[in-house]
Design a protein around this ligand. Sequence first.
Ligand SMILES: CC(C)(COP(=O)(O)OP(=O)(O)OC[C@H]1O[C@@H](n2cnc3c(N)ncnc32)[C@H](O)[C@@H]1OP(=O)(O)O)[C@@H](O)C(=O)NCCC(=O)NCCS
Length: 144
Amino acid sequence: MIIREFTPKDLKRVYEIESMSFDQSYGINMFKKLYDIGTGFLVAEKERYVVGYIVFWIKEEGLGHIISIAVDKNYRNLKIATLLLNQAIEVFKKANIFKISLEVNVNNKEAINFYKKFNFKIDREVPGYYNNNEAALVMYYNLK
Ligand SMILES: CC(C)(COP(=O)(O)OP(=O)(O)OC[C@H]1O[C@@H](n2cnc3c(N)ncnc32)[C@H](O)[C@@H]1OP(=O)(O)O)[C@@H](O)C(=O)NCCC(=O)NCCS
């Protein structure tokens, strides 16, 4: 397994993984735009096959944000997301980020569990955050 920088050749696979992972999709064009504006964008590759990705950015000075993370359904529970998030945290540390935030659907127990395992804390619930009116939890992680 390697973690490497995303390249536009990975777009189709990243979009496939996103589509199988979320009810609502950012869409392929949004991933291209995120890459173009220079967000952090890493993929996990197993035997030359992309099996997961993470997109993240610096929201404001000192504050990092996870935009999206997902792993192909057939490759879950193999610590691939752990590798991706650890690598993103390393990038954030180099950029002097002291806090990372993210939003996760309140019903997404797997992801909430995943972030809690990383020691992310729940900050607050935002009702109606998603297009389908479901609520999000805002979670954060202190780096220092
Ligand atoms: C959440 C997600 C990224 C985790 O990816 P993964 O590579 O399977 O996760 P890991 O193998 O690194 O898991 C690490 C820890 O997370 C937790 N976890 C992961 N999947 C879990 C599940 N299905 N149920 C409960 N806990 C889970 C566990 O604590 C696990 O540690 P353990 O194996 O020692 O118990 C993956 O399930 C996914 O792509 N989900 C759909 C997309 C999504 O919800 N993204 C996050 C949106 S904010």
